[in-house]
Every structure is written in structure tokens, then in C-alpha cells.
Design a protein. Structure first.
Length: 569
């Protein structure tokens, strides 16, 4: 066992409830002290950050307790599953930093064994073939306050059930005409125990088994028995499966198979976010976003494209921990974890999003010099680079005001400011478009004794601006992203459809941005801090002719402010 395991997974100085269970199992030598978990996604969509919490938990527990974690695809519905989704899931798990080694499994690997398990239940008188339609099964299931009604086919003779089930497998009956149901208790207070369906008829080719099967197991049947077949010791599920646990345990007892233990934890909920594959698929199919990897999406592929780091996601999952009750996490905490990580690893560069030309009138026309710039003040090992400086530069249009308010410390007529890594400049003249009155150019002078951005006489200025040499500027496109939804809880059905709250300003595309020339060598996925603007990532759409940058997150950290206020109380 990892000697440091007691320092991991603590909340307020104590182990969380899942690790408490695991450590008790280890102390009592249950399962010979083994810890074996699994991550079991359905390959019917791309994973989102809620799945990241489950990935980090399942693989993290295995690492922490020197155990194993399987990757198992719950591929029991061939009409919704695609190889594209399987490939994306494996890519996402690897990106988060985890490896299932040679333990890649599929529920379809166990179709024959699951079938034999079902036959065993029939022979024990614990399962029967039912001719009720899906609607009729729902109608007879009962409610939370009323018991269900037993199917008229519940007492079929054992031999007839075996024969019908075999003929179901052979494809003798149309879709939806028969099911195999467990025979448990239609009066149970737990609706999941009211003779649940184990198999349905579905004449559809499976991506892995082809046309070998025309009956497919339901999730509750395939999931638990797959756990047992793989010898999973701790089956970690989200809280919505808590009411399914009695059924999970019932199957284990009746089949007399390996007793995997199901443990439920609260799923991740984020404000201003929708974490539902079904609803995210709607956004993709209906064109509200540009695909599963749209940087506005909470999919793992989307946040990866936006510029999130796997380290920040793992840190976030560690911080929120695991709990037994549902709650909503402030998305500001996720962004805080990202900023903390990028602050350490991102190179600082200068890019101007809304360019305003500045001509330094007393700087020689034919002169160009290379100035030293620190790549990251948080990491001296990242060294320095050189940026070109010349007579004409670009600054942010918002960094100049002709008639500034009292607390505006940037450039204005007659005011001196510092250019980062360069010189002090003073604005002497403002050039405007005669027709519109728009400021088109500033004419300034510089102090040559302030090279590097520092005054030899100790003179200080209040404002420091980023800039780019006009002659060397790299034309680029910058995409600014905001929350995809305007409502804190978009799924509040009492107030309309979740799509009604899509933020029309969730993406702004800026063309004609000016970047320092070092970014010409940037590759898709590279991350930078644009000085004073935020953290940005090179998008896969980028080309040498037109680099494209996604804003990953702004510099303003609201969570840090929230945490500070909480500490002061």
C-alpha cells in the first residue's frame, strides 16, 4: 500500500466516507485486502467534466491503495453507440493522466455469460418471460404510494420460460413483443425491485458483436454482473444509483457470484453549466455549438481545446472531494484551480486585441532593437526571450483616453506611461478621423534612459502597458469565451427549456489582433498568458498565415476573493 495514503482524500483532517470504507475493508482483509475499481462509461456521447470527477476518483483510489482500475464500456445499446465515442473516451482518460494498462473491457465481452446467468435465474424460478408491452409494464409498475400489479405471465412454467427465452435469442419475435423480467416483489417500496426488465428484444447490429445477438441486457443487469465477473471490489457510482443498490445486491445473492460492493457518491454539479450527455448532444445536433469539442462545452474535449490543463482538473476534483449529498459547485472554483496552474506554467507574451497605432516621433525611423522579456516571473527556469521594438507600435485602444477620469492611470494627452520591457513614453498629439472623430493614431516621445522599462533617476509612473511592434506584429484571430448559459441553473424546468438560457455572447471572435512575433512558432495546445488580458491557448484551427487563440480564462479570480472573504469572517 502507498505509505502516503492517509494524507490523500482528506476533508477537514479526516478521510472521506469512501476511503473510510476502503481502509476498513483493507484492515479486515476483505477480498484479501484488494482494491479494484472501474470506470464504466456508456459510449453514447463524449465525456464531460462530471465524468472527470468519476475518472479521478476511480483511478485515483486504485493508485492510492496500490490497486487496479478497469476501463469498461457499457455497450449494451447498439442503436446509440459509436466507435467515435469509444475513441474519445480513451483519449480523455489518457489526457487526464490515467492508464488502464491492459484492462480494457466491454459489457459485450460478457454477453454469453450474462445470458447464462439469466438462464440460471429462470431455472431458480426467479425470472420469467413477459409478453406485456413497454407501456403496459409502466402502467402496472405502480407508484411510490401504490404497489404494482403482477404480470399475467409471471407464473409461466419454467420450461416455457426457458424455451421462450431461447427463441428470443434466436430472433423469433419482433422488437418489443417480449422481455425477460426478474421475479422479485411487485409490492416493494423500492420501484427497482418490482420485477425489473433484464432483457429486451432489439434487432440491431452491435458494433462489436455484429448480428450475433438480437436481445440486449438492460443496464442494471449488465452493470452489476460485469463488476462481479471482473472481481471489482468497490463499485463507485453516482448518487442516482443508490435506489438501485438493493437490486444490485439481490442479483449477487441469487446468482451466488463475487460480491462486489456498490458505493454511491454525489455527482458533480456546476452552476451556469449543463452536465448531461443527452442535453449536450442536443446542443451539438441542433447547432447551438460547433461540436463536442467547442471550447464553450463542458465536455472534456471542449475544455481541453479551450486550454484547460489535466493538472487543474485533477486539482479541482481533489478540492471538491466526495460527498453523500448533492450540491452545486461554483464554477469560479474550477477557474481558480486553472489560474493557479497556468500561473506556474504559462509563458507571458504580449498581444493587442484592439490595436491603436502609436508613433514614437523621436525614435529613429530606421532603428529596431531587441529587448529582453521575462517568460514567467514564477519560474526563472523558463528564461527570457527577445521582443522587437521600433518607431511604430500598437497598444490596446482601451489603454488611451482623451479625457480620462481621475483613477485612469493609462495613456492620455500629456501623460507618461511605461511600456512593458521597453521605455517610458509621453503622449504629445492625438490624430483623429476627420469624418468620424475616431482616434486613429497617437504621437508620442520616449525617454531613451528608461530602456527595459525602468527609469535611471528613480522616476515612477502609475501605468504599465503591453504593446507590439507594428513592423513585426503577427496578425491573429482571438476567440473570447464566456459561460454558455446566462442562468445559474439552466435545468430549472419551472422556468422554461434549458436552451432558452443560452448566452448569445458566449463567443466573440476578434480579427486583426496583433501578436508578438514569437507566437508564430506556437503549436495547437500551447498555452500562454497574454499580459494583462488573460490565459490563452492555440486552437487547432491555427495556421502559419493566421494563428488562432482561444481565451481559456480571464486573469480576474473571483474565487480567490470569495475565499479571502470567508477566511476573514
Amino acid at each position: 500500500m502507498n505509505d502516503n495514503h492517509e494524507d490523500i482524500g482528506k476533508e477537514g483532517g479526516s478521510l472521506d466516507f469512501i476511503r473510510t470504507i476502503i481502509e476498513e475493508d483493507i484492515r479486515s482483509s476483505k477480498n484479501n485486502g484488494r482494491v479494484h475499481t472501474r470506470f464504466p462509461p456508456e459510449p453514447n456521447g463524449y465525456l464531460h467534466i462530471g465524468h472527470a470527477k468519476s475518472i479521478c476518483l476511480n483511478f485515483g483510489l486504485a493508485q492510492q491503495y496500490d490497486g487496479l482500475c478497469n476501463l469498461r464500456f457499457d455497450d449494451t445499446n447498439p442503436t446509440k453507440e459509436e466507435q467515435e465515442y469509444i475513441d474519445s473516451i480513451k483519449r480523455d482518460v489518457r489526457w487526464l493522466g490515467f492508464d488502464w494498462e491492459n484492462r480494457e473491457y466491454y459489457a459485450s465481452d460478457y454477453f454469453e455469460q450474462l445470458y447464462e446467468f439469466a438462464v440460471k435465474l429462470i431455472k431458480k424460478g426467479q425470472a420469467f418471460v413477459c409478453d406485456l408491452t413497454a407501456d403496459e409494464i409502466r402502467e402496472t409498475r405502480g407508484t411510490l404510494t401504490e404497489p404494482g400489479r403482477e404480470s399475467s405471465f409471471r407464473d409461466r412454467p419454467l420450461e416455457e420460460n426457458l424455451d421462450l427465452f431461447e427463441r428470443m435469442r434466436q430472433g423469433k419475435f419482433p422488437d418489443g413483443t417480449r422481455t425477460l423480467r426478474a421475479k422479485i416483489n411487485m409490492a416493494s417500496g423500492n420501484l427497482n425491485l418490482r420485477d425489473p426488465v433484464l432483457y429486451r428484444i432489439l434487432h440491431a447490429a452491435h458494433p462489436r458483436t455484429g448480428d450475433a445477438w438480437c436481445i440486449y441486457p438492460m443496464y442494471d443487469w449488465a452493470h452489476g454482473q460485469s463488476d462481479s465477473i471482473e472481481g471489482i471490489t468497490h463499485s463507485i457510482c453516482t448518487l442516482e444509483f443508490e435506489d438501485h443498490r438493493p437490486l444490485y445486491d439481490w442479483f449477487i445473492r441469487e446468482l451466488e457470484i463475487f460480491p462486489s460492493r456498490q458505493i454511491e457518491f454525489a455527482r458533480l454539479n456546476l452552476n451556469y453549466t449543463v452536465l448531461s450527455k443527452r442535453r449536450l448532444l442536443q446542443l451539438v445536433n441542433e447547432g447551438f455549438v460547433r461540436g463536442w469539442d467547442d471550447p464553450r462545452m463542458p465536455s472534456i474535449s471542449g475544455i481541453r481545446r479551450r486550454g484547460y490543463t489535466p493538472e487543474s482538473i485533477r486539482d479541482f476534483c481533489d478540492r471538491i472531494g466526495v460527498a453523500k449529498r448533492d450540491s452545486t459547485v461554483d464554477i469560479a472554483l474550477l477557474e481558480h484551480c486553472l489560474r493557479e496552474d497556468l500561473n506556474q506554467r504559462a509563458q507571458r507574451v504580449m498581444t493587442v486585441l484592439h490595436p491603436l497605432k502609436v508613433v514614437i516621433t523621436d525614435y529613429p525611423t530606421d532603428k529596431m532593437e531587441m529587448l529582453d522579456a521575462i517568460n514567467n516571473p514564477e519560474d526563472e527556469g523558463m528564461g527570457t526571450r527577445q521582443v522587437p521594438f521600433s518607431r511604430e507600435i500598437y497598444i490596446e485602444r482601451s489603454d488611451f483616453m482623451e479625457d480620462p477620469p481621475k483613477k485612469f492611470f493609462r495613456l492620455a494627452p500629456g501623460r507618461e506611461v511605461r511600456l512593458k520591457h521597453a521605455y517610458y513614453i509621453t503622449c504629445d498629439e492625438v490624430i483623429k478621423d476627420e469624418a468620424t472623430g475616431e482616434v486613429t493614431e497617437l504621437r508620442c516621445t520616449y525617454d531613451p534612459k528608461t530602456r527595459g522599462g525602468w527609469s535611471q533617476d528613480g522616476r515612477r509612473v502609475m501605468g504599465t502597458l503591453h504593446w507590439v511592434s507594428a513592423a513585426h506584429a503577427l496578425d491573429s484571430e482571438v476567440r473570447l469565451y464566456d459561460h454558455l448559459f446566462t442562468k445559474e441553473n439552466p435545468l430549472d424546468q419551472a422556468e422554461g427549456d434549458f436552451k432558452d438560457y443560452i448566452n448569445p455572447d458566449s463567443m466573440e471572435i476578434l480579427s486583426g489582433c496583433k501578436a508578438e512575433p514569437s507566437l508564430a512558432e506556437a503549436k495547437p495546445g500551447d498555452r500562454f498568458q497574454f499580459l494583462r488580458l488573460g490565459y490563452f491557448c492555440v486552437d487547432p484551427d491555427t495556421t502559419k498565415a493566421k494563428p488562432v487563440f482561444n481565451r481559456t480564462v480571464t486573469l480576474r479570480d473571483t474565487w480567490a476573493k470569495i475565499a479571502k472573504k470567508l477566511q476573514q469572517k
